[in-house]
Design a protein around this ligand. Structure first.
Ligand code: MG
Length: 360
């Protein structure tokens, strides 16, 4: 089946609450969307969130990459030779992982639709449903406690707490949340590169001494400080999850080789899509490294693609796919069902989300 068309469009959705991390504050989701058409008339959809502070990709760079580089490289190729198409997509330009991810998932959507199967069944078929955590934004302590209790009331049992702006003051925040939610809620802490290696060790050891029972700490140090990440991982008992430090399969291999982190957070917008994410999964499986699947600030269109990967791959043991639950809007029909903490796969072919917008 030849690839006959690649169009781009725009998606703009309000968030239920402003999303705040150590790196940014956002109150609206403004993403580029992609539609890939096959010669059989079937269509696949993808989404690209411009997360410049993490991937370097902006709305303009995403549109340019897709229209001027990616589309000319793969138009006319036969999608049934999936490896050839995917390697061409990854190789047509360096970096630009967000536009590559959007096109990659649209291709997978189309590929699975043309076989009449839900994508996760073609990616390993590990599970039919799983639970996601929910993110608690960085705010004054009282507000974070209130948000945590609200998340519990919606059925979430795992909270991902964003910290990293104020060093040791972060510990007080987490202690207040732990006290409010009780011992049975899992707490993940995401510093989003906000601490130095020494600060990280001091903060994490303090949390350990206080018995705050933190499941993991995500990306405590800057992305490029791999030596610092390894130092922290070696010094503390709490598992360390690498996020911004791992984009490509090569990043993952390098990190695993020196045990710079305990776990890896896979995000399609960092890997450039499902094709490379599967390579990281294979590597992680071989080395017994547990993975998380995460997302940027994305809507259901691309989070659904990540959900298929998670449902396909056993090695992805943790999910942070709360994007759709942060949006203040009705979901698009079709595909995985996002119901509070539970994400259930449907029998719809492909990724399954029925999405339409103005295409050009
Ligand atoms: Mg993170």
């Amino acid at each position: 089946m030849r690839i006959t068309g690649i169009q781009v469009g725009r998606l703009s959705l309000p968030l239920a609450h402003p999303f705040k991390t150590a790196l940014r504050t956002v109150d609206r989701l403004e993403d580029v969307v992609v539609r890939v058409t096959g010669e059989n008339g079937l269509e696949g959809y993808g989404e690209a969130p411009p997360t410049a502070v993490i991937t370097g990709d902006t709305t303009g760079s995403i549109l340019c990459a897709i229209q001027d580089f990616i589309a000319p490289a793969i138009l006319g190729m036969d999608l049934m030779d999936l490896p050839a198409v995917m390697e061409k997509l990854q190789g047509c330009m360096v970096h630009n992982t967000t536009p590559k991810a959007a096109v990659d998932m649209a291709l997978y959507d189309l590929w699975a639709k043309s076989q009449g199967k839900p994508l996760y069944q073609l990616l390993g078929n590990a599970r039919q449903s799983f639970e996601t955590d929910i993110t608690i934004s960085v705010n004054p302590t009282g507000e974070m406690v209130k948000d945590s209790l609200e998340a519990l009331s919606k059925g979430f049992t795992t909270l991902k707490i964003k910290v990293g702006k104020e060093g040791t003051a972060d510990v007080q925040r987490i202690a207040a949340i732990r006290q409010a939610v009780g011992p049975n809620v899992k707490l993940r802490v995401d510093a989003n590169q906000g601490w130095t290696a020494e600060q990280s060790v001091a903060i994490i050891k303090t949390m350990e001494d206080k018995g705050l029972d933190i499941e993991l700490v995500e990306q405590p140090v800057p992305a490029l400080d791999v030596a610092g990440l390894k130092f922290v991982t070696g010094e503390v008992d709490t598992p360390i999850l690498a996020d911004e430090a791992v984009f490509s399969p090569l990043d993952a291999a390098n990190l695993i080789a020196i045990h710079a982190a305990d776990y890896i957070n896979i995000k399609l917008m960092k890997t450039g899509g499902i094709w490379n994410a599967l390579k990281i999964c294979d590597l992680a499986k071989r080395h017994n490294v547990k993975c998380m699947i995460g997302c940027m600030l994305e809507s259901q269109v691309s989070v659904a693609a990540a959900a298929h990967l998670c449902a396909g791959q056993e090695v992805i043991a943790m999910a942070d796919l709360d994007g759709p639950s942060l949006c203040a809007c009705e979901p698009f029909p079709g595909g995985p069902i996002f119901n509070g903490p539970t994400i259930s796969m449907s029998g719809d072919p492909g990724i399954g989300v029925q999405f339409s917008t103005e295409w050009k």
